[in-house]
Design a protein around this ligand. Structure first.
Ligand code: GDP
Length: 364
């Protein structure tokens, strides 16, 4: 599955947010199976109204949403790349995630100490980013000589890597994250293998006081401006409100949100933003037993999409019976779509579209 790491300086609201995420998952457990894998790892359902609609049409016995994993990565402080705080442990945890949700303190509260002494979201972002860049610099500098040697000896992979590493070093020494490295599509794989912390996509989570949950405040505006410059994504959230919402039932939730003037829970927005950040899409499998959502990268072809369900589906892939979501709904389900000529037989080259209802045919 896809993993999103929650990072940020101490006292910015990471744990509050993480707990709200997992409590929400727990509160919805009746409808949505969930699990907390470890104290700092939780899986949450990706809210998707389309799934419920499909289940209603097919009279499915069970609804199984797709999930995102969140990891609460505590312990990042100034100097982490030099071993301060949890230092290296922290950095190792980040290496394993697909994306980073960077929580930034955008609320004032004199009772809660700010580690850097004042509320300054942009400076906080720089502090964290600097630690990550220093760590990347360190790891590349350790590797570059060896790669140069191998490249000279005629190792093609090493040459490609050395080339990438050299360019990444220039960027990092200039104080820029590796994700900004210009690279060709064919270099993408080697780039990913470098395992750089600053190559991960970042989502800024502006934790604001309760009164600013709807429109944000001047702090969050500054973060949004930065995100826009970087082509990153940002969301406004009040971790406090989220932790209150987390324990409410679905109906109570809707009422509570309405009194606050909010359209949806911040967590739902956060999850959706994480999905968008990772460029993920959803396809569905629908039947009387269950209606289920599956996550894939945009651009995935049918066999690999089938492989998410089971490796046998990919290995023995024959074809995919496919109905677009809108057709499935408009024609009242599979039988209607078939009669209406909207059930397509797609082959190995078919690129799965968001919302497709799929049925895979395969050889054992
Ligand atoms: P972490 O160190 O980043 O995990 O931060 P915590 O989630 O433990 O939060 C640190 C403190 O800030 C706790 O006392 C929280 O109750 C408080 N806190 C978190 N979010 C907010 C918020 O939006 N507003 C206010 N006033 N306090 C908050």
């Amino acid at each position: 599955g896809f993993k999103c790491g929650i990072v940020g300086l101490p006292n910015v609201g990471k744990s509050t947010l993480f707990n709200a995420l997992t409590e929400t998952a727990a509160a919805q457990a009746a409808n949505y199976p969930f699990c907390t894998i470890e104290p700092n790892v939780g899986e949450v359902a990706v809210p998707d109204p389309r799934l419920e609609k499909l289940a209603a049409i097919a009279k499915s016995g069970q609804i199984i949403p797709t999930r995102l994993t969140f990891v609460d990565i505590a312990g990042l402080v100034r100097g982490a790349s030099k071993g301060e705080g949890l230092g290296n442990q922290f950095l190792a945890n980040i290496r394993e995630v697909d994306a980073i949700a960077h929580v930034v303190r955008c609320f004032e509260d004199s009772d809660i100490t700010h580690v850097e002494g004042k509320i300054a979201p942009l400076a906080d972002i720089e502090t964290i980013e600097t630690e990550l860049m220093l760590s990347d610099l360190d790891s590349l500098e350790k590797r570059v000589d060896n790669l140069a040697k191998k490249a000279k000896g005629g190792d093609k992979d090493a040459k490609e890597q050395h080339d990438l590493v050299t360019r990444a070093l220039v960027l990092l020494r200039d104080g820029k994250p590796a994700r900004l490295l210009e690279r060709k599509p064919e270099e993408e794989r080697a780039f990913g293998m470098l395992g750089l912390l600053t190559s991960k996509p970042v989502l800024y989570v502006c934790n604001v006081e309760e009164g600013s949950a709807k429109d944000g405040n001047s702090f969050s505006q500054a973060v949004f401006a930065r995100a826009k410059e970087e082509g990153a994504v940002a969301v406004v959230i009040s971790a406090k409100i989220e932790s209150e919402i987390a324990t409410l039932s679905r109906e109570e939730r809707a009422d509570f949100l309405e009194t606050l003037g909010l359209e949806e829970a911040g967590l739902d927005r956060l999850i959706r933003a994480g999905y968008q950040l990772l460029d993920l899409i959803t396809y569905f499998t629908v039947g009387p037993k269950e209606a289920r959502a599956w996550t894939i990268h945009r651009g995935t072809k049918a066999p690999a999409a089938a492989g998410v369900i089971h490796t046998d589906f990919e290995k023995g892939f024959i074809r995919a019976e496919t109905i677009a979501y809108a057709d499935y709904v408009a024609l009242g389900g599979e039988a209607g779509a078939r009669e209406g000529g909207k059930l397509r037989l797609e082959g190995k080259e078919y690129v799965v579209a968001d919302g497709d209802v799929m049925h895979f045919r395969f050889n054992n």
